[in-house]
Design a protein around this ligand. Structure first.
Ligand code: NAD
Length: 478
């Protein structure tokens, strides 16, 4: 099964921060792959903007270097680099802006804010002041979107002063992952699951986003954020919304986002004993405090919590969410844990068996359903759990083994003007409104995160969080 590529109309895409880490590692490779796939038409322009004094040639060389790992066909590479232009500009100053508009068409123009969040407001204001905001203009805003509710509101206000909400694309790259979109297809495209998707049949849901790496070069930023702000408030919250939301009337941006917002607003405040905070401990060759150079920092690199959604569908079904760095494996999985069959006709010795629907976001994107069958062979009725494997590569053919990167999908959605997979301003604010009291509680109590070993599954208290409820986490497997 070969996926169809639908070319878009010519556009101008300005990448502010075009020399930065995100632009070189994610944005440009994504654009290159879409270009190689034939989706980017002649006449489309990609303009990198940064403070550095590059010219078009040296900028193309810089990006060509970032694309080395792509195993790029020289012909495709040449075609992509030809579309690249460069403009040196300081977002905090007034000079250079008029030059940016030269050569821009009347069609779609997208401005990607891949710079420090401190500059988002200045960029919005200057784009407007220099007449670059046309009706077809749109902006893409990277995370973090604010540090708390107040700063997110302030940022929403600044952006709203110059752009309509339908021109603002707040990116959460988790929403661009193929399996995350598949989650909606599985839920709302099949009769099979939806009738069971409620507290009557679902015992609980586990959402795990585990990373095996530490903070790396992001230490300075991360130490002011922590896992709660960096991961829980956005990525895990978005996954929770997609799992828990009611079916929208149609797959349209506001219909989907209205339903997600209802989920966030129905979340109860998290009780202090339903949350575990951890920090990877100083050990041999590994340790958060040493990595960020602060022996006393109490920033969490791990959070596990139990959330409750107070609505008819989910009352009584807990959602356990956990995320952390330097864990045993890189693995993002949602496990929908169904209840045991109400009565076992096979007797005590057959054991207890429950279905588990696992949606793996990374690595090895795919979906498995654990079902109970008879163990083969004579000698009575012994039951065994086996996975019904819906790995996309197996089901859809080898050409789908490497689904498009989230950034490929999301950037093309910006160009097409489809906001379904982007966060709306009120959604972000609601997520902060739920997160802020948790962080404020830690600060008020002087909470110190529990240490955990690098390469482990996190602090022991996270296991207790489950054990107290008679449940256990599924393994974190690569
Ligand atoms: P970076 O520090 O590597 O790059 C910053 C870019 O901004 C550079 O091109 C720099 O020249 C440019 N810049 C800085 N000040 C400027 C100014 N006054 N005017 C014009 N350009 C200016 O940062 P990054 O890692 O690429 O991150 C960019 C944004 O993306 C940040 O908001 C970050 O939080 C977000 N983000 C990054 C990652 C990642 O993996 N790097 C992941 C998620 C979100």
């Amino acid at each position: 099964m070969v996926s169809r590529v639908i070319p878009v109309d010519p556009f101008d895409l300005v990448v502010f921060g075009g020399t930065g880490d995100l632009a070189r590692r994610k944005i440009m490779p994504a654009l290159f792959r879409r270009c190689a796939a034939g989706q980017i038409p002649d006449g489309a322009r990609i303009i990198g903007v940064a403070r550095h004094g590059h010219d078009a040639e040296s900028y193309r060389a810089l990006i060509a270097e970032s694309l080395r790992g792509e195993g790029a066909d020289p012909c495709h590479l040449e075609g992509f680099l030809r579309r690249l232009e460069y403009q040196s500009l300081d977002a905090t100053r007034s000079e250079g802006w008029d030059g940016l508009g030269i050569g821009m068409g009347q069609g779609v123009r997208a401005f990607y804010f891949s710079v420090s969040p401190d500059l988002f407001g200045a960029l919005a204001e200057r784009l407007h002041a220099h007449g670059l905001v046309t009706p077809e203009a749109r902006i893409v805003v990277e995370k973090p979107f604010g540090h708390d509710l107040e700063s997110a509101r302030a940022l929403n206000r600044v952006l709203a002063a110059h752009f309509r909400e339908d021109q603002i694309y707040r990116i959460d790259h988790y929403l661009g992952k193929e399996t995350v979109q598949n989650l909606m297809a599985v839920r709302f495209g099949n009769m099979l699951f939806e009738p069971l998707w409620n507290s009557q049949y679902v015992d609980h849901i586990q959402i795990t986003v585990a990373e095996s790496v530490g903070v790396g070069a992001r230490g300075a930023y991360y130490d002011h954020a922590g896992a709660m702000r960096d991961m829980m408030q956005n990525h895990l919250m978005q996954l929770l919304c997609l799992i828990a939301m009611e079916p929208p009337a149609k797959f349209d941006p506001d219909a989907v986002r209205d339903e997600k917002l209802k989920v966030i607003r129905a979340l109860d405040a998290v009780k202090p004993h339903h949350i575990v905070r951890g920090q990877y401990a100083d050990g041999e060759g590994c340790g958060y405090r040493a990595e960020v150079g602060d022996p006393r920092t109490t920033t969490e690199t791990y959070v596990a919590l139990r959330a409750h959604i107070s609505n008819w569908r989910w009352a009584g079904t807990p959602f356990y969410l956990r995320t952390g760095k330097r864990l045993v494996a890189r693995s993002s999985v949602i496990n929908v844990m169904f209840k045991d069959a109400p009565h076992s006709i096979f007797g005590e010795e057959a054991g207890r068996h429950a279905n588990v629907l696992s949606i793996r976001l990374q690595p090895n994107e795919g979906i498995t359903l654990k079902v109970t069958i008879k163990e083969p062979g004579p000698g009575g009725m012994r039951l065994v759990d086996v996975p019904l494997d819906m790995s996309f590569a197996k089901a859809l053919g080898p050409e789908n083994q490497n689904p498009p990167d989230a950034y490929e999908r999301l950037i093309m959605d910006v160009i097409r003007g489809n906001q379904t997979l982007f966060m709306r301003g009120d959604e972000v604010e609601a997520a902060w409104a739920w997160t802020d009291p948790i962080i404020a509680g830690w600060q008020a109590r002087g909470d110190v995160p529990k240490p955990y070993e690098c390469g482990s599954t996190g602090p022991g208290d996270a296991e207790l969080l489950m054990k107290r409820d008679g449940r256990r986490w599924q393994g974190i497997n690569p």
